[in-house]
Design a protein around this ligand. Sequence first.
Ligand SMILES: [Zn+2]
Length: 258
Amino acid sequence: MLYIITIVILLFILFISLKSKKKKTIIPLEKVEVPKHWHQLLLKNVLFYKKLNDDEQELFRAKMVSFLKETNIEAVHFELEELDTLLIAASAVIPVFRFPNWKYTNLSTVLIYPDYFDDDLQFDSQVEGRTIGGLVGTGRFEKQMILSRKALHLGFSNKTDKGNTAIHEFIHLLDKADGVVDGIPSVLLNKQYIIPWLQLVHKEMEAINNNASDIRSYGGTSEIEFLAVAGEYFFERPKLFQRKHPELYKMLALCFSK
Ligand SMILES: [Zn+2]
C-alpha cells in the first residue's frame, strides 16, 4: 500500500513540475500580474492583439505590464482612463513584440493631451490649426513622448485605415535608439541591409511624391517619416502591405521580427 502511495505522490510531483516548466516557456518575462479583464478590452480594441494566438496574447499582456512598470503615463487636463493606458502600452508593445527583450531606454514619460496640439504644444480645441497628434520630445522634453488622446483612440478605432499615431511615435523611438533619428533603423537592421533599405525607401518616396503610391503622403517628406509611416501601415494592414509592397514588406519584417 505504502509503495502505491509513494508512486502516486511521485507522479503528482512530476506532473506539477512539468506543468510549471511548460508555463515558463510561455512567459519568459518575470512573473507579472495582469488584470483579467484586459483580455476582453484588448480583443475589442486592438486588432493586432486579436490576431495573436493564446500564448502570444499572454506574452503581449505581460510585455504591456512590464512597459507600464517602467513608464509614467500622465494625463494633462483630463482624468486618465484605463483604456487610455491600455492603448498606450499596446502601441509600445506592437513594434517590439517579436523582440525577446526590449526596453525603451530613451523614454520615461508619456504625456497625454486631450486633443491635437500645435508647435507650441497648445491644445485648446477652439483654435484651428492644431493638427499634431504625437511627437517624440527633444530638449526639455527629452525622454518624453506627447500624444493626443483623440489621435491615440482614432488610431485603434479605425480598423481599415493604414495609420496609427501612437505606433508611429514608438517607431520614431526605435529609430532614435541608436542615438540618431535618421529613418535608418540601425538597431533593427543589419549593416548589409542598410543600402538596399535606403534604395527602396528613396524609390517609394519618389512614388509617394508623384502620387503613385498608396502610402500616406507624409511618408514622402523624409526618410525619418517614411520609416514611421510605412511602419504604421505594416502593423495596421500587414496583408495589404505585403501585397502592395512585397520588397518593403520583406525588409520591415526583417526589422521588426528579431
Ligand atoms: Zn513622425
